[in-house]
Each structure stands twice: as C-alpha cells, then as structure tokens.
Design a protein around this ligand. Structure first.
Ligand code: DX5
Ligand code: ZN
Length: 219
C-alpha cells in the first residue's frame, strides 16, 4: 500500500481554516484528518459536522474524520451526511461496535476503529471484516502537540499482523506525536498512514515538512 500523510487540522489556524486546508493539500497532503472532540469522551471541544460540510466543497482530498465522542452513532451519521469520506470511532465509546461500523458503511463511508494507548486490540478479531481502517493512538486523545508514546510501536506491529492475516485492504494509521524524526520508526512497525498536526501546522513551510516526512518514508 502507498503511504499516506494525513495532516490534522487541529493545529491549523482556525480563523483561516479554508486557506489552511487548501495550503496543506497544495503542499502534498493525501487526506485531511479532522479531529472531533466532545468535552465528554475527551476533555476538549472542537468542531462538528457543519465545519466538515463547509470545508468539503473546498477540499480535493478525502476527509478523515476521527470521532472522539460518546455516544458515536448519531454524530457518525451527521458526518457522513456532511461529506466525510472515512469515519473512525473509539470502540470503548460505542455501546454496539458492530452496529456503529455497519451504520458508517451503510452511509457510504469507510469505517475505522481507533485505539487509545491503553486499549487492547481485542475487538478487532470480531469485526475485522467490517473495518477499513485501524487507527492506533500514540498519545492520549484530546490535544495536539503531545509526545509520542513508545508502546504504540508494539501495538502497531500487532495490528499489522492482524491486518495481514485478514487479507483485507485495511489501512493502518497512527495518530499523535508524529514528527520527521520518528515517522520512519512508525513505518517500520507497520503503519501506512500517518497523522501529523503540530509537526506540520507548527511550521511555516508545510511543503518542506511534508517532503521531509516523505523522504524519511522513502528511505
Ligand atoms: C489527538 C488527535 C490528533 C492530534 C495529533 O487527540 O487525535 O489527531 O491532532 O496532533 P500532533 O501531531 O500534534 O500530536
Ligand atoms: Zn486524530
């Protein structure tokens, strides 16, 4: 599978969100990672389906919605209607994980499961046929700019084995604390899709950071 870079707009300038999305796509982003927080599942509050809908018409790449919300189903439906391409949620935030996955796919989106640093991958065994994306959190969800948690690498390796054994084209995404200087190690553990917020939006030259990340991945 090709490697994808998914800049998280959590670290973008929210007063200029449309321009920020355009700039990062122009700089080479494969997906836009869209972090949704509800001040309930995580201790922060961000953006909802209206903002997704507003950006959709200005965004030429897939929108990768990461739901950090509880409950899941109603918001997942609203994001599908708002033009999301992929929707991931945390299994521990859904009462019926299988139902939430089916609902996202029935709405025409790819469905993902997101795992916190201390959350085991157990549920994957039972729903891997309904999953298009596995998202391994390498920070505790809620904020950009945190440091990478090393144990995530072992979990990425384990997720890679489960995905390969399934034989299905499931993307393996890692989210949190990814920078130019650690992206190669994350790729070596088996990831093919990389979220980066502060590493990209914290710099003036988005193209330069994205090129440096791709250079690491090509090594
Ligand atoms: C954290 C979010 C991440 C975050 C990543 O809850 O899910 O997507 O924006 O930001 P960095 O790359 O700064 O860790
Ligand atoms: Zn995220």
């Amino acid at each position: 599978m090709d490697t994808y870079l998914a800049p998280s707009i959590l670290s973008a300038d929210f007063a200029r969100l449309r321009d920020e999305v355009a700039a990062v796509v122009e700089a080479g982003a494969d997906w836009i990672h869209f972090d949704v927080m509800d001040n309930h599942y995580v201790p922060n509050l961000t953006i909802g389906p209206m903002v997704c809908q507003a950006l959709r018409k200005h965004c030429t790449v897939p929108i990768d919605v990461h739901l950090m919300v509880r409950p899941v189903d109603a918001l997942a439906t609203l994001f599908a209607e708002a033009g999301a391409d992929l929707i991931s949620f945390h299994p521990d935030a859904s009462t019926h994980v299988d139902r939430s996955l089916q609902l996202i796919r029935a709405a025409g989106c790819k469905a993902g499961l997101a795992f916190n640093p201390a959350t085991p991958l157990d549920v994957l065994e039972w729903v891997i046929d309904k999953v298009d994306l596995v998202l391994i959190m390498s920070v505790n969800p809620g904020f950009g700019g945190q440091s990478f948690i090393e144990s995530a690498l072992r979990k990425v390796e384990r997720a890679r084995r489960l995905i390969d054994a399934s034989g299905r084209p499931i993307r393996l995404e890692v989210d949190g604390g990814i920078k130019v200087d650690n992206i190669r190690r994350v790729a070596d553990a088996g990831a093919d899709t990389f979220v980066a917020g502060s590493a990209i939006f914290g710099q003036r030259d988005y193209r330069g950071v994205i090129a440096a990340m791709r250079e690491q991945l090509a090594r």
